[in-house]
Design a protein around this ligand. Structure first.
Ligand SMILES: Nc1nc2c(ncn2[C@@H]2O[C@H](COP(=O)(O)OP(=O)(O)O)[C@@H](O)[C@H]2O)c(=O)[nH]1
Ligand SMILES: [Mg+2]
Length: 465
């Protein structure tokens, strides 16, 4: 967590080449799902719901062929992945060494393996036992380490039986797997119940009236290979909707099922990303978003969504500032357009410097002002001027300091300015300016603790000759 908070804001611009490289890598490294289960149990439907697109054909019925169905797609047209469906495997009762070898050669290594079966069955069927044996022989313990158990048709189970079924069926399947691999490993294979009922209302719910895609998502992330993690996290990010207690933001424009993550999923996803050797990459790619969007427009939606997701996961001020910088870029384009019709020239003559400040809680406005404003130390920051050394000295009278706030308000800020060597020393005595002018007003009683962000920068303004 600290790792993220300490990241510098200046960094993203320099990250663009790295972001490009990482995405090039992610876009050439195809990640794979291996789906195992009888025809008709809902393999295609479930993967389609997770990936938010019709990657695999639903209702395709070819039980006799011992083929491998291979479905290829690219998330947002960039991140490639493949779904391997093994129809003949679970539909055939005889163990078939030849078919196992065939699967092994056609699916060399999957990043996420799903054993899929119907929730409402009371015992493990013989054909499923054979499948488990075949899978164990083809992929061994290593295969099961990336595996999850998916129970489909949860909508056909009564609400009162639901939890029992889930526990009992999980135990039975784990026991069956434990016949071929280490018991501890078998018992760690997580399970999740899904209901792809096409007539079901959205979000899709299990019989306990809870959405299930968030559970499938976290369970898949938990077990997916480290190498596939950046692609899946970034690729699904546009569909993730954080469910904060106070924000009910639902901005999913697509018909795809939203991934509603709440406070329970947050630590799980965060720890999975942190615990992965690819962690830095995920963070870099997403944080690169703030400035990379102009350079890399094709991948902007994924990057922005990734940055937003990480901001939520880590509650990170630095990531919030990145989004702010991006809004500022847009605002400045706007301001520059207006300026053409004016007699004023207005140019930014420094870097952007984000400031965050936490205001302490107070019982009423008077004590809020006393604790947070009157007793506050002045803030001193240095801005790097982009002016040439000659220009610097005589520009000082024309320099104004601007603040850019999360609400996208821009206002000039009263400061004491001085040139110190190469840079501009800015002293802010009135801490009140750190409050966003366009944010909702503070309550008058019981003001909670909160933090603000503002980006400071210097502009050189003078009348055109
Ligand atoms: N009610 C219900 N129907 C499902 C569920 N999953 C799949 N189906 C339906 O079952 C049929 C077969 O699904 P499909 O995904 O093609 O199964 P696959 O052969 O395992 O890939 C389709 O008509 C789906 O709409 C589920 O969880 N609940
Ligand atoms: Mg299928």
């Amino acid at each position: 967590m600290t790792q993220l908070k300490e990241r510098s804001f200046e960094e993203p611009k320099q990250l663009i080449p790295e972001v490009k490289l990482l995405l090039d890598k992610a876009s050439t490294r195809n990640f794979t799902f291996l789906l195992v289960g009888r025809t008709g149990v809902g393999k295609s439907s479930t993967i389609n719901t997770l990936m938010g697109e019709k990657v695999a054909e639903v209702g395709k019925f070819r039980p006799v062929t011992k083929s491998i169905e291979e479905y290829k797609s690219k998330i947002e047209g960039i991140l490639p992945y493949t779904v391997f469906d093994t129809p003949g495997l679970a539909d055939n009762n005889e163990k078939d060494q030849e078919y196992i070898s065939f699967i092994k050669s056609a699916v060399p290594e999957s990043d996420s393996m799903w054993f899929i079966t119907i929730l409402g069955e009371s015992r493990v069927r013989d054909d499923e036992k054979n499948t488990i044996k075949a899978i164990s022989s083809a992929f061994g313990e290593q295969g099961w380490q990336k595996a999850i158990i998916v129970f489909t048709y949860a909508d056909k189970v009564d609400r009162k039986d639901y939890n029992n079924y889930l526990t009992e069926r999980t135990k039975l399947i784990q026991e069956e797997i434990a016949r071929y691999i280490n018991t501890d490993i078998a018992q760690q294979i997580p399970s999740v119940a899904v209901a792809n009922n096409p007539k079901g209302r959205k979000p899709l719910l299990t019989p306990d009236d809870k959405p299930w895609l968030n559970e499938l998502y976290t369970t898949v992330l938990k077990r997916i290979s480290d190498q596939a993690l950046p692609s899946i996290v970034l690729g699904t990010a546009p569909r993730v909707i954080p469910q904060d207690t106070n924000s009910q933001e639902v901005s999913s424009s697509s018909e795809a099922e939203p991934i509603l993550l709440d406070e329970r999923h947050k630590p799980q996803v965060r720890e999975r990303i942190e615990g992965s050797p690819e962690f830095e990459k995920v963070v870099k790619v997403a944080t690169g978003a703030a400035t990379a969007t102009k350079a890399l427009p094709a991948i902007a939606p994924i990057l922005l969504a990734g940055a937003k997701l990480l901001t939520w996961l880590w509650d990170s001020d630095s990531l919030k500032n990145l989004t702010l910088i991006q809004n500022l870029d847009l605002k400045i384009q706007e301001l520059n357009k207006l300026q053409d019709e004016d007699d004023w020239s207005f140019r930014i003559c420094s870097n952007y410097k984000p400031i965050s400040k936490t205001f302490k809680a107070a019982p009423n406005v008077e004590s809020f002002i006393e604790i947070n404003i009157e007793k506050a130390e002045p803030i001193v920051i240095n801005l790097d001027l982009t002016l040439s050394p000659d220009e610097r000295q005589d520009s000082l009278p024309y320099i104004a300091i601007m603040g850019f706030y999360p609400s996208k308000a821009v206002r000039s800020i009263v400061t004491n300015l001085s040139l110190v060597n190469e840079s501009l020393e800015v002293v802010i005595e009135d801490i009140l300016v750190l409050l966003d002018p366009d944010e909702q007003e503070l309550p008058t009683e019981n003001i909670p603790s909160f933090s603000t962000q503002v980006i400071l920068f210097a502009v050189d303004c003078r009348e055109n000759q």
